[in-house]
Design a protein around this ligand. Structure first.
Ligand code: SER
Length: 603
């Protein structure tokens, strides 16, 4: 089955079940608090929350779409079998209820099985199901508000799956990180979800005893469809309350289902993707079979960039524009690893617009813009690249490159290990690849743990900005006095937001002083130290703490030189010099007596 046929089949199936086919919305959501459309439900969120009347606007409670999505937080995973930055999501919705009825868990589950098994012919014995095990009480993170979590275990879904013939041993329960979906931003609609994972077979597995859906070690089990039973609203204080209505929101990974139907081991080898790789291969002396990951990264990033540029985004240093810059620069660097020469991207970009012209004609009609933007970014980027190459060469001149050095090159210039290896090889030197991988893994684990702890769902989080938040906090106290107290904090990949008690606007002099102090501390390259101790001792030692009542008995204290000491769950970076340059981009009033600052790091 071709991808085009699959798209049609899905929409027609739900149309037959009384759903109305709605067009995909833009990749740029109207809600400014989120960077991209990352799920099909975003265009319907006001209907799902009950703020808008779905009957009035759509004439039905049942909708189905194929939605363009972009997720910037998986960039480092691209190249594996299951992730893409740009992807499509198939979905069906049942929004709200009235006396005429609506459908909820039972029908959503039945429809999903009917489509996968009867329409697509997938083998049901390969399905593993996850359900929500209920919320647990645990202490809040520093800077987050206390949460009163009391959503029960989803016994109802479990019963329905059993009734549908899925045996108990293939139904697994998970907590909030995996099976409580949403909200998309910090607050809003969310709900327990039940996912269908597809067992791709032992050959994809890690052979561990505990291997199963959501395995941390392998991709044997691929999540294909997420059924969200949206019936809660998460408030600013972290508490969940019931929505006035219950809804179904489902999302199926289009590329993933394509890969199963087309019997490909990766989303990157379907008819949506392989032709792009083949165009790159034509320009290149290296072969896809030997350099799979790099070819996949290039094809993924060119595709993602095409879609972003087709919606008017241009590369820059903030927000969406920054994500675009990041994927473009990453592909330019990887192109060097493959020794691709000038204009290597032209034919692949044309292929992308050809693949999508039937369903997303904007990519074709903006083709000239896309090419022009990439070319311009490439020119701009050459300088940094030269600096990084120089630095690498000077390390190489002294000998082999250690794992740590390779990781630093990756962190500061984004140099992929393959590129560092190439430069080293030219001088007959080696790179400690194992050491690099260890450093990278540690870094990824830390940021993933931090992301999940803090955001539960699909949020984006930067440990660098977290460390910068601590520096900002102490700088504010130094400049404005100790009446400054943290009232809230939020960190994404792009910026930090810091709320603190203070009763007036800061003068531009004060802002400058705070910035200068933070930047001075960054320059001093202070070590960020972590110590574990009992809460009482931490408070006695003068560590700053907030939401006192919610800490566990044993806490971590992070200190930075002698400027900052806070109780905090982390994660943080190791040394302040990793932070680049700190810049306050906005100050505003958050509420009476509380100021809000937004800041970024420039590299
Ligand atoms: N909103 C859910 C998801 O993105 C289901 O559509 O997975």
């Amino acid at each position: 089955m071709t991808s085009t046929e699959l798209r049609q089949k899905f929409l027609k199936f739900f149309e037959k079940k009384g759903h109305k086919i709605a067009p995909s919305s833009s990749l740029l959501p109207t809600d400014p608090s989120v960077l991209f459309t990352t799920a099909g439900m975003q265009q319907f969120s006001l209907y799902l929350s009950g703020e808008k009347d779905v009957l009035k606007d759509f004439g039905t409670r049942y909708l189905t779409t194929c939605q363009k999505c972009f997720r910037g937080d998986d960039i480092e995973e691209i190249g594996d079998d299951t992730h893409n930055t740009f992807f499509e999501m198939l979905g069906n919705w049942s929004i709200g209820q009235d006396e005429k009825g609506y459908y909820f868990k039972e029908e959503a589950i039945k429809y999903a099985l009917e489509f996968l098994v009867d329409e697509l012919g997938l083998n049901e014995n390969r399905f593993y199901i996850t359900i929500f095990k209920g919320t647990l009480h645990h202490p809040a993170e520093t800077g987050g508000a206390g949460q009163d979590k009391d959503i029960p275990r989803d016994n109802e879904s479990e019963k329905i799956w059993l009734k549908q013939g899925i045996p108990k041993e293939r139904i697994k329960e998970f907590g909030e990180e995996d099976n409580l979906w949403g909200p998309v931003g910090e607050t809003g609609i969310c709900g327990p979800c039940s996912e269908i994972h597809y067992d791709r077979g032992e050959e994809f597995g890690c052979n561990r005893k505990d291997c199963g859906p959501n395995c941390l070690h392998c991709q044997r089990f691929m999540e294909i469809w997420n059924l969200v039973f949206m019936e809660y609203d998460k408030a600013q204080n972290g508490k969940y309350k019931s929505l006035p209505q219950r809804n179904v929101d489902t999302g199926m990974g289009f590329e993933r289902i394509c890969s199963i139907l087309q019997k490909k081991s990766s989303v990157c080898e379907t008819d949506l993707f392989l032709p792009i790789i083949q165009e790159i291969e034509k320009k290149c002396s290296k072969k896809y079979e030997r350099e799979k990951r790099i070819f996949r990264i290039l094809a993924d990033h060119l595709r993602g960039a095409s879609f972003l540029i087709s919606e008017g985004i241009v590369p820059s240093n903030l927000g969406r524009e920054y994500i675009l810059r990041r994927i473009l620069r990453r592909s330019i660097r990887y192109a060097k690893v493959l020794n691709l020469t000038e204009n290597w991207y032209v034919e692949p970009i044309k292929k992308i617009s050809e693949i999508y012209k039937g369903i997303y004609p904007e990519v074709k009609s903006k083709e000239t813009d896309i090419l022009a933007v990439i070319q311009k970014e490439e020119e701009k980027f050459e300088k940094t690249l030269e600096k990084g190459i120089k630095e690498t060469s000077s390390i190489v001149a002294k000998g082999d490159i250690s794992g740590r050095q390779a990781f630093d090159l990756y962190q500061s210039y984004g140099f992929p290990i393959e590129m560092t290896k190439e430069i080293a090889k030219e001088q007959g030197q080696q790179v400690d690849e194992k050491g690099f991988k260890q450093a990278l893994k540690k870094h990824q684990e830390i940021s993933r743990a931090g992301k999940e702890k803090k955001f539960g769902g699909g949020g984006q989080f930067s440990p660098k900005l977290h460390t910068a938040t601590h520096l900002l906090h102490s700088a504010l106290r130094k400049v404005l006095g100790n009446k400054v107290k943290q009232m809230g904090s939020d960190i994404t990949l792009e910026r930090l937001r810091f709320d603190f008690s203070f009763d007036r606007k800061l003068t531009s002099k004060e802002i400058k002083k705070v910035e200068d102090l933070v930047n001075q501390k960054i320059k001093e390259n202070l070590e960020v130290k972590k110590q574990e101790m009992p809460l009482k001792q931490a408070i006695k030692s003068g560590a700053l703490s907030f939401f006192k009542e919610k800490y566990p008995e044993k806490v971590s204290v992070y200190s930075i030189g002698d400027i900052s000491k806070e109780i905090c769950a982390g994660p943080h970076i190791k040394r302040t010099s990793e932070l680049g340059q700190f810049k306050i981009i906005k100050q505003e009033s958050s509420s009476a007596g509380i100021r809000r600052i937004k800041a970024i790091l420039l590299y």
